[in-house]
Ligand binder design. Structure first.
Ligand SMILES: NC(=O)c1ccc[n+]([C@@H]2O[C@H](COP(=O)([O-])OP(=O)(O)OC[C@H]3O[C@@H](n4cnc5c(N)ncnc54)[C@H](OP(=O)(O)O)[C@@H]3O)[C@@H](O)[C@H]2O)c1
Length: 213
């Protein structure tokens, strides 16, 4: 397949890029600073910002599926990366294709995200973590879900809790309805593996899916 990756130089995006190349796919990568992108020689690099519709169109050209692993630099600043990028990406895909979009989101994107947590944990995570410390990233994910779910695309929003570095464990809990009980973290490696599997899995098309250790 030819795969477009937005956020290809990020921590999860570079894992996705490496996995896609290792699986024999070709990759079209939108990056802001190609000189810092370790896969530059092995990918079709589009240099630019995801806020530029022309750069998005160039990244999507001749691709069969799209990964987004976009995100803001700081969880405590209002950067509006997803708020600005996802309407542009979904509009471009609706216009030129492709139709398959696998986007990295986050638990917290829906009001039902914490329904399977013990009451004490639900209160702490919602009132203190989501409403205070992570209010901007959570607002971005709420908006990303809204944009994807109003699109005509074959989208999947992968919704993990806190991301860690380090190896994949390969043993995930997967739930389409809410974050599994006491789920609190998962590695970016496991997230990238799960997103890769979605290239050929229709099960979670047009919905969000929670994954956690
Ligand atoms: N951190 C967590 O615990 C956690 C938990 C759950 C979900 N998530 C979500 O997971 C996603 C990715 O996480 P991560 O840690 O892999 O992120 P990351 O390393 O910060 O990567 C984000 C990527 O987005 C790119 N980007 C931002 N603005 C851009 C723009 N205007 N044009 C082009 N590219 C742009 C960055 O490009 P540059 O390389 O040029 O900066 C970077 O490649 C985020 O949306 C986050 O909300 C995070």
């Amino acid at each position: 397949m030819n795969i477009a990756i937005f956020g290809a130089n990020g921590r999860t995006g570079s894992l996705l890029t490496g996995r896609a190349l290792a699986a024999g796919h070709t990759v079209s990568a939108l990056v802001r600073e190609p000189k810092n992108f370790s896969y530059a020689a092995r990918t079709r690099v589009v240099e630019g910002s995801v806020f530029d519709p022309a750069a998005i169109a160039a990244t999507l050209r001749d691709t069969d599926a799209v990964f987004s692993a976009l995100g803001a630099h700081s969880p405590v600043k209002k950067e509006d990366v997803l708020e600005r990028a996802m309407p542009l990406i979904t509009a471009a895909m609706e216009q030129y294709g492709p139709s398959r979009l696998i986007a990295l989101g986050s638990a917290g994107a829906l009001p039902t995200s914490l329904d399977k947590q013990p009451a004490w944990r639900r209160w702490i995570v919602q009132k203190i973590v989501y409403n205070v410390f992570l209010k901007y990233p959570v607002a971005s994910q709420v908006d990303q879900y809204r944009v994807l779910s109003h699109s005509n695309l074959d989208w999947t929003m992968v919704m993990p809790p806190m991301l860690t570095d380090g190896p994949a464990r390969g043993k995930l809990r997967i739930d389409p309805d809410a974050l599994p009980r006491n789920g609190s973290r998962i590695s970016r490696s496991d997230v990238a593996d799960f997103m890769m599997l979605q290239l050929t899995n229709p099960q979670w098309i047009k919905r969000g899916v929670y994954i956690t250790w």
